[in-house]
Write a protein that binds this ligand. Structure first.
Ligand SMILES: Nc1nc2c(ncn2[C@@H]2O[C@H](COP(=O)(O)OP(=O)(O)O)[C@@H](OP(=O)(O)OP(=O)(O)O)[C@H]2O)c(=O)[nH]1
Length: 178
């Protein structure tokens, strides 16, 4: 199932790049899969990690499509990672911070892996690009971007304190946002 998910996500994200770069988008879901694999061996969770941005970002991919191609549980996990893009940045990020603390463990794991992968990108790009980096994002304000990543960190702290990937996430936030 994991191989099929990689194939599906590679096709779905074809032609997409990470914001402001020529890095093929698929690099990010693959990294999220690798981070999640350090926390679980559950194939459906690992597959959902690879697929986590397909409903949000890929034309024609819906919860129903993923339920048929993979399983209703995989589809539900990916839907749990998807933001409603008709809402504003502030509304979406506030809703994520409020919901992730009480979300099912697998949705939390994929959410944490997603944010850690983004933090690794920021940690790699910030020294090269400098303050211009924040212009890549919808919310161009470093303070607000930091507010969001810290909100997710605080919501997950009680359940993930002992996970090495959570500790790495906290370290990268301190390094780049404190
Ligand atoms: N750090 C980083 N992020 C990039 C890059 N390319 C794309 N992204 C994506 O950008 C999103 C954050 O961008 P914003 O402009 O702040 O927010 P938005 O797309 O949700 O409106 C993240 O999506 P998300 O995971 O759906 O949302 P989030 O919950 O992490 O904000 C992240 O995966 C990149 O090169 N570096």
């Amino acid at each position: 199932m994991i191989d099929r998910a990689i194939e599906f996500a590679t096709k779905a994200h074809e032609g997409q790049f990470r914001k402001g770069t020529r890095r093929p988008y698929i690099v990010h879901p693959i990294e999220v899969k690798e981070i999640v694999s350090t926390m679980t061996r559950d194939e459906e969770v690992i597959s959902a990690a690879v697929l986590h941005d397909t409903i949000e970002d890929c034309k024609g991919v819906t919860r129903e499509v993923l339920a048929l191609e993979f399983s209703p549980r995989v589809a539900a996990m990916v839907a749990g990672e998807s933001e409603d893009k008709s809402r504003t940045w502030m509304e979406r990020k506030t809703a994520t911070i409020q919901s992730i603390g009480n979300a099912p463990r697998e949705v939390q794991m994929i959410g944490l892996a997603d944010k850690l992968s983004n933090m690794r990108d920021i940690d790699r790009d910030y020294p090269k690009v400098g303050e211009e980096l924040w212009n890549r994002f919808r919310m161009k304000d470093k303070k607000m971007i930091g507010w969001y990543y810290k909100g997710v960190r605080d919501a997950l702290a009680k359940d993930f304190q002992k996970e090495p990937v959570f500790q790495e996430y906290c370290r990268l936030i301190r390094k780049n946002f404190d």
